[in-house]
Write a new protein. Sequence first.
Length: 520
Amino acid sequence: MVIRSPHAELDIPDVPVTPFVLERAAEYGEHAALVDGSSGRTITHAQLDGLVRRCAAGLIERGLRPGEVVAIFSPNVPEYAVAFHGVALAGGASTTINALYTADEIAFQLRDAGARFLVTAPGLECALAAAAQAGIEEVFVFGEAEGATPFEALLERDADPPEIHLDPADHVVSLPYSSGTTGLPKGVMLTHRNLVANALQVIAVRPFRRDDVLVGFLPLFHTYGQTVVMNASLREGATVVTMPRFDLEQYLALSQEYRATLAYIVPPVVLALAKHPSVDGFDLSSLRSILSGAAPLDAELAGACSERLGCEVVQGYGMSEASPVTHMTPIGAPPNPGSIGPLVPGSEARIVDVATGDEVEPGSPGELLVRGPQVMKGYLNNEAATSNTIVDGWLHTGDVAAVGGDGWFTIVDRIKELIKVKGYPVAPAELEAVLLTHPAVADACVIGVPDPDAGEVPKGFVVLSETVELDELMEYVAGRVSPHKKIRRLELVDAIPKSPSGKILRRVLAERERAARASP
């Protein structure tokens, strides 16, 4: 049975994403669009429009051609939006890189995406090392840094860029990287139409007001931050106060100072807001709604946070391959603890048996499949992964869901192998590959295990060919991956379970781990 969104259909304009987001910038004028939470430096909506145009002109002057890729590797700063939309207006695509990545991880994405230029921030020396590895033509930096061109150099000409003609439904504008339901990170090709559609879908379910303020710590390299915090809110004239990284005290102080009205966060932040004693020292009474995404949110935790702050705390759901939002709890809807809400407008879903692919009985759990205008074009240069993920037009999410008679969905399990550490995705295959480079490791498997602070953390299982301390192995991996990817627990085993074809059976170790935790 095909389940359709209960919301009215949307009229999605056939326009590129940047003219869509900035369509009413002149109307909003001197109203603050982006504020640097660290310094108070402000870019108004009118200024943002001008800066984006100058950035696009500067990139075109340097030879950027439609379809070429610019990488952005930076924590959240107001100029992030200028760079992203400058690239888009110039007809390019931005591949946005996790700001915690190591030089090797950055270089992999730069090469795989075919990036020509790199935009980064001061103090990220690994960016220059990665750019050298990947043969990047020019590195631009927000501010100044030795070996890089100031980003300001792209903004020198106060002139509109030449108009770029493109097909919004086909032209890729954003190229984030995702592991999907399995495997190593892959470039997710999101078109202008994908981003326009998803911003409209978010706005229809959770409207923004011109006086809304969001403290934007959600990484803008992630589609959650790009679509909800950056594109949808700026389209509607809201103000985003950027934070380069999450710090609870700073988040609370900025929320109080700027009278934040909406919060788009992740479950570990909900936990802090519900339980951390520092929260009582700040006035958060301006908040009218909190939505959590990127990982499952416990219903009791949501209730505790809501009671403490006096505003609703609800969930949404999505994945990078869907720009990312597919489900979202509407503002002011009656409480439905544990639910991710109904489908956003223009979206459809099916629930199928994990083993057979047959549709399940109404109300029964099964793999969630979704379809809609926000679903990606495919994975970059990876037809096999694309065809395995999008089958007959349906995006396989790798999550097990159930839907009630009211059309509201609940995520009940996960069949995909991705580990979510504080909402950040971690691919087991990537950590296994690092472990196997150690001479003492003969075989390895990595799974996610529950953690009260992070939601999940990676746990490794290793078969050794020679004696080595497990702590030494964890340090070895930690030195080669981003902090959130570090293996936090390691166990020695005699063999890694595998299928007859040689595929690692991570679920076997995951089930054994669950059984061990359940034992008295």
